[in-house]
Design a protein around this ligand. Sequence first.
Ligand code: SF4
Ligand code: SF4
Length: 339
Amino acid sequence: MNVLPTAPLRELAHQVGFDLVGFARAEPIPPESLLSWVAAGYAADMDWMGERAAERLDVSILLPGARTVISFANNYWRDDAASVDSPIARYARGRDYHSTLRDRMKAFRKTLSLRYPELGTYGGVDSGPMMEKVWAARAGLGYVGKNGCFITESHGSWVLLATLILDAEVDDYGAGPAADRCGACRRCLMSCPTGALVGNGRVDARACLSYQTIENRERQVPEAFRVKFDNLVFGCDICQEVCPLNRRPVFADHARFEPRAVAALGAVELAALTPEQYQELIPGTALARARYDGLRRNAAYALGVAKQASARGVLEKLSGDASELVRTAALWALSQLEP
Ligand code: SF4
Ligand code: SF4
């Protein structure tokens, strides 16, 4: 396979809708960072993070003959008035980003395969065993901040990543990793309500409210963490909101990132969602990962934290819910309300 020119690939990436694109050599990733993070227990019960470690660290296992990794990023920041107080993390307010980025990747690969029928590729959007932030950094798109987020110069950390491996070289790998711009700042570490940021951009998922609201969806959340569900029902943006590198966000002017109707709902409405409303509002959004009962459990916690007397009615109803997960959360929330 010939060496591919990057200029038309950059143009194509922008044509299909990606904001940023960069190229890295497909060299193995030193194992220490991933393995020590998993060994420390910071992955909580996300066993898949430790599984397939060999593939995560060496993309030539995923695509024999891998030479290049292309990293793409999309800005998703919006400040639509209807969703400004939403208890849902910004990335999850619109259409599921997986499908948005996958569609763009699909369009990119389709053109690529027409131009280079012999080319082998392997792609993923936050799903395959690929260390997307490592590749984005190597490709020069930015760096991993102390908040564990990938931070770009142009869009701050309000970006979503996609990764594509090629079995061909490209003509320009750029200048390599971008400089770390955190400096002496510690704002995210000081602001994280649960102390989940453990240094060097590492996140202890067990303490992170993103993990607790999304991945830990079948058990009660430990009380020390649920008391921090302050207007949080799905995900947590605190360590991004406080970051000075996010001071000048860029509006993501694309319908795919437009908040959906669910983003206009508060914790009371989310707690009171009927199965029919759930079916109408949630499929096709990233919120589906928390599932019906997980979302209502989280919303009940948030109402307990808010000590919102007007939520008593909905919580009393949930205290008799068919789901034990929801019932227990509602009883806890009721115990938090003022008498
Ligand atoms: Fe802490 Fe929230 Fe950031 Fe997790 S997402 S590290 S809980 S501020
Ligand atoms: Fe870095 Fe400060 Fe942003 Fe944290 S808040 S990621 S330390 S710049």
